[in-house]
Every structure is written in C-alpha cells, then in structure tokens.
Design a protein around this ligand. Structure first.
Ligand SMILES: O=C(O)c1ccccc1N[C@@H]1O[C@H](COP(=O)(O)O)[C@@H](O)[C@H]1O
Length: 220
C-alpha cells in the first residue's frame, strides 16, 4: 500500500483526558489506550480508557491495545472500553479475526508484529490473509519469560519493516523507539502509512507538548 500524502500519526500511551486533547490539538489521527500488559510503561485503567473514548470526536480513531488472546477476553475488554479499533499486541489463533468481526462488525482490527527477523514477513502477510485490517510493526519480544509486547523505546530492523510495507495490501504503521531525531529516517527508509509513538514524545512519563510539536513538524 502506498504512503498517504501525510504520514498518519497515532499518539499512544494516552494517560488522561488532557493528554488526549493535547494530542488531538497537535494533529494526532489516532489515540492509543494501553490495557493490562505483562510489561511496559503505558498501561491505564479500563475506566480511564473508556472516558477518553467518550470524549474523542470523529474522525480521530481510538485504538485499544489488548494483550488478551482469546475471543472472549478481547470482546470483554472491548465492551469495557468501547474503542473503535482493537490493537492486538500478541499473536492470536487463526479464527480469531473472523470471530471478532462477526461480533463487532464496525470495529477495526490492527495486528501488531514484533519485528525480529525476516520470518516476520510471512507472519505479517498471514495476519492480513486471516482478517487483520491494518498492521503495526513494533519492537517487542513475545518470546521472553515476561513478554515484551510494546512500549520498549527501541527501534527494530527497519529493512524487514520496509519489506512488509512493500508487500502488505493493508496500511502499515511503524512503531518502536520513534522520536524527532529519527522520524525522517524512519519515513524515508520504511515508507509506512502511519507512525505510532509513545516514549519519544514524553518526559518523565507525561506527554511533552514541545516534543510532540517537534515530532509533528517533521512529518510529510
Ligand atoms: O506502552 C506500553 O506500556 C505498551 C505495553 C505493551 C504493549 C504496547 C505498549 N505501547 C505501545 O508500544 C509502542 C511503542 O512504544 P515506544 O514509542 O517505543 O515507547 C507505542 O506506540 C504503543 O503502541
């Protein structure tokens, strides 16, 4: 899929209504709300996530990040939060996308691929075949004893990510360690549809307006 005229931006780890409003004011296309995770700095309660969803106007998308892997667990999480997009940060079994779409026809499904090596290309294309609406390439490691499913602040192998972008029939977001120092190189080398950022626009865990403004100015 070709890049849009302006690379889209999802601001993740939203931790208050005020942060959501700041992100929207500065140009975010989507907000990320991190549910319960085995590790990572961005987790918020389902109650807060639901409040942010309630105050977010169209056309801004609300991405609920879930580490649930069963259909029932994912549906229960979505019912608590009400987001219009579900970001699956862990691998799910083959029939999951079809069952989620049947239960939630208007909710979009984003599959995260943690890019480690070229084997992730097949994993990404299979997720699309099975029903993922969008891919998001991040830098976690689901093979660790305590899984890392995102929020690492690290970049990954962007050459593999580029190959996924070139072969994917659906939009691809790039995540993992992005900031205003590397965002231009990320866009030029990977050519993603969108970018997804958490730690790179924060200071001491709080959304930093100056960092976010600097980041947004560098997009094309
Ligand atoms: O932020 C977290 O705590 C988190 C935990 C588990 C899964 C995803 C998480 N956040 C996502 O990770 C990406 C990358 O973060 P960073 O920019 O490298 O800090 C972020 O965009 C969120 O989508």
């Amino acid at each position: 899929m070709q890049s849009p005229f302006r690379t889209r931006v999802k601001i993740c780890c939203i931790s208050s209504i005020a942060e959501a409003q700041t992100a929207i004011r500065l140009g975010a296309d989507a907000l990320g709300l991190v549910g319960r995770m085995p590790s990572g700095p961005g987790v918020v309660s389902d109650d807060l996530a639901a409040q942010v969803v309630q105050v977010t106007p169209p056309p801004i998308a609300t991405f609920m990040l879930t580490s649930e892997t069963t259909v029932d667990g994912i549906l229960a999480h979505q019912r608590r939060v009400g987001a219009n997009t579900i970001q699956l940060v862990d691998a799910v079994s083959a029939g999951t996308y079809t069952q989620l779409k049947a239960a939630l026809p208007s909710v979009k499904l984003v599959q995260v691929i943690h890019v480690i090596d070229e084997r992730n290309i097949d994993e990404a294309l299979l997720a699309v075949q099975l029903g993922a609406d969008t891919l998001l390439l991040d830098s976690g490691n689901p093979n660790l004893a305590v899984k890392e499913l995102g929020g690492t602040g690290r970049i990954h192998n962007w050459q593999v990510s580029r190959q996924i972008v070139e072969q994917s029939p659906v939009p691809v977001f790039l995540a993992g360690g992005l900031n205003s120092n590397n965002v231009r190189e990320a866009i030029d080398s990977v050519g993603p549809f969108g970018l997804d950022i958490c730690s790179g626009v924060r200071t001491n865990g709080q959304l930093d307006t100056q960092k976010l403004e600097a980041f947004m100015r560098l997009l094309s």
